[in-house]
Design a protein around this ligand. Structure first.
Ligand code: WT7
Length: 635
């Protein structure tokens, strides 16, 4: 079966088949990939344990699908185009042949450094081709990568390394992002003070900022490559993986506790990332595809590296940020590399929109044919700006809804094939069976309804477990509504049956498309010496989508509230990372609690939103007076 659907009628027919005969459907899709051995059984599942197995018994290596199988046909075609942070630095192009060679080389470096199948490897790197090479080299030798986004603190890295007992870290001396220098190796050094499992650190040269290279532990990427070259170790056969062998871990925040390691496995992830990339973006050979995400997030895993490369696409990787050196940078990149498909986030669109039309002047965007959005609900104003100013009303916009736990896109238009609707992720992709449920878990049927979004049947990219704690996986995703995967999102299904994701219904914030758990931020704030207690909620933010609003009980704060605020910010930056810093901190003498001691977040959310007139029933509060004080002091 062809991966790409070419008409709405075909979508309807394929969708129907995918629900009625899911195993036949997915087997036909999986036939488009290269397997060392085909599966014994397409699907084995229950959502109670949960236990989901796709393509069980099959053998494969995803890197053969992403690299080797293209060598004869696309060997000299660009696999990765890399655009640097500094527009004056040269860009780089890696053909499929070159990328293959570099992945094999670095896979041999990993082997020389003792890496074996199943080992966990932490990757903390800037957006360079070597980051993609590091991921692929891990997959080549069957090691499990755990990429940590460059915005996380040493403490967060240490927690992630220890949770997965990583034996090796791949990093760079430093990185460049906008006007900032990222001291990556130095952050890793701080993290490793707490990590006994790490025996080796491979350091790539990027900024050549001074770094402490520790004897016996730290080695330079370039030196290790030279060793492999002298050994004449050019090829590296791909490790044979079982379809359900663990492929990678990616940590993500939830409503409680520390971030959990979402686990994806080899076969299902490959099929799902590749299928959805080909289909949603309707990728045509030769097109230049630019996803602006960072590989530190799932979007970068699935739609910069594995999805596009598995389809022989040209994937453009950008080291910088949309506003450096000015707010025209994305458009310069599109113009310079004649980008055909642009996939970005609503927060970037809103931010660029705020600079007006000036940065667009003189930029040739006529190469663009398809646009995508991901990470958070896109407001209609941003949707129309994207459509008119960037797409010149001539490019379909795919508003792709999905999650780290999903491996790939679940609900989205298919570019140019199925209809779009501003603010709507529209229809489920083939194989995806969304349902809306009420608080009691009862399915809400019909159209023109809203509820909590669940998925009632597995797709190949679904989360398999949370690393080292399967019970947590069950509790978080499969226990709220038995028999279903619960997304944590609220959702509307309109009269036409189109889905519009309205945002999280749990205590998870979406700040600039990054998922942040309120409990995690509260724990970090509470670590500050003078803080007694805190409550964190989200509030609407023009650019970030949601901002972080912290109510903090801090009786011993000094006269200089501002200084205490800054100290609290620094504490959060140390414990989690700069991305979780509160936008607003309001000092309060107490939090609104019920008699049983539960914080009434509903009230705090309303106050943070600036909606103080209608706070609902406050009669169950232990001390209703505290609400008046909080209202009066709202920021
Ligand atoms: C949460 C997942 C995998 C995408 C990157 C974020 C929100 C994501 C959309 C969209 C409305 C969206 C949801 C979801 N979200 N895409 N197109 N429309 N909301 O991945 O960090 O795992 O976050 O992002 O709330 O649950 P993530």
């Amino acid at each position: 079966m062809n991966l790409k659907i070419s008409s709405f009628a075909e979508y309807e027919q394929v969708y129907k088949q995918s629900v009625e005969q899911p195993e036949e459907f997915w087997a036909a899709i999986a036939d488009n990939f290269q397997w060392k051995k085909k599966w014994d059984k397409v699907l084995d599942w229950n959502f109670t344990e949960p236990n989901v197995k796709w393509f069980d018994g099959a053998k494969l290596n995803i890197t053969e699908n992403c690299l080797d199988r293209h060598l004869d046909t696309l060997g000299d075609k660009p696999a990765i185009i890399w655009e640097p942070n500094d527009p004056n630095e040269d860009h780089r192009v890696l053909s499929y042949k070159q990328l293959h060679a570099k992945v094999c080389q670095f896979a041999n470096v990993l082997k020389n450094n003792g890496v074996k199948k199943g080992d966990r490897i932490c990757i903390y790197m800037p957006m360079l081709p070597e980051l993609a090479i590091a991921l692929l080299a891990c997959a080549r030798v069957g090691a499990i990568h755990s990429v940590v986004f460059g915005g996380f603190s040493a403490q967060s890295i240490a927690d992630r390394i220890n949770d997965a007992t990583c034996s090796l870290v791949i990093t760079a001396d430093g990185g460049f992002r906008g006007a900032k220098d990222l001291p990556l190796k130095s952050v890793i050094d701080d993290a490793l003070v707490q990590c006994q499992s790490v025996k080796r650190v491979i350091v790539l040269t990027r900024s050549r900022t001074p770094v402490a290279m520790i004897k016996g532990r730290d080695v330079w990427w370039e030196d290790e490559i030279k060793k492999v070259e002298t050994q004449g170790n050019v090829d590296c056969p791909a490790e044979e993986m079982d379809a359900e062998d663990m492929m990678f871990i990616l940590y993500t925040s939830g409503s409680t506790g520390k971030p959990k390691g979402v686990v994806h496995t080899c076969g299902g992830y490959m099929v799902y990332a590749g299928y959805t990339f080909a289909n949603v973006f309707q990728y045509n050979p030769g097109e230049v595809y630019f996803c602006t995400a960072d590989i530190g997030w799932i979007t970068g895993h699935s739609y910069i590296v594995y999805g596009p490369l598995s389809q022989g696409a040209t994937s453009l990787m950008f080291e910088g940020i949309p506003t450096y050196p000015d707010a025209g940078r994305f458009w310069d990149v599109v113009d310079k590399h004649k980008v055909n498909i642009l996939y970005t986030a609503p927060t970037a669109i809103r931010s660029l929109m705020s600079f007006g039309d000036e940065p667009l002047k003189g930029k040739d965007l006529s190469s663009l044919t398809k646009l995508g959005s991901v990470g958070e609900p896109i407001n209609e104003e941003a949707w129309h700006w994207y459509d008119e100013k960037i797409g010149k009303s001539n490019c379909p916009i795919v508003d792709t809804w999905w999650q780290t736990e999903n491996g790939g896109i679940l609900i989205s238009p298919i570019a140019g094939v199925t209809p779009t609707k501003p603010g709507y992720a529209t229809l489920p992709l083939p194989g995806v069976q969304p349902v809306l449920v009420d608080e009691n878990g009862k399915e809400i049927l019909g159209n023109g309804v809203s509820g909590n979004l669940c998925i009632k049947f597995p797709w190949p990219g679904i989360i398999r477990t949370t690393y080292g704690d399967h019970e947590r996986c069950r509790q978080t995703y499969f226990a709220t509504y038995p028999g279903m995967y619960f997304t944590g999102d609220g959702c509307l299904r309109d009269e036409d049956g189109y889905y519009r994701i309205t945002g999280r219904v749990d205590d998870v914030l979406n700040v600039s498309g990054h998922r942040i758990g309120t409990a995690e931020v509260e724990n970090a704030i509470n670590m500050h010496a003078t803080v007694v207690e805190s409550a964190v909620v989200g509030y609407p933010h023009d650019i970030k989508g949601q901002g972080v609003y912290a109510f903090v009980v801090c009786p011993a704060k000094t006269d200089n509230e501002d200084l205490t605020r800054k100290d609290i910010m620094m504490t959060v930056q140390r414990i989690i990372g700069a991305i979780a810093k509160p936008d607003k901190i309001q000092f309060v003498s107490g939090l609104p609690k019920t008699r049983s001691g539960k914080i009434m977040r509903r009230i705090l959310r309303k106050i943070a939103e600036g909606e103080t007139s209608n706070l609902g029933d406050t009669s169950t509060l232990l001390d209703p007076g505290v609400v008046e004080e909080i209202k009066a002091g709202a920021l």
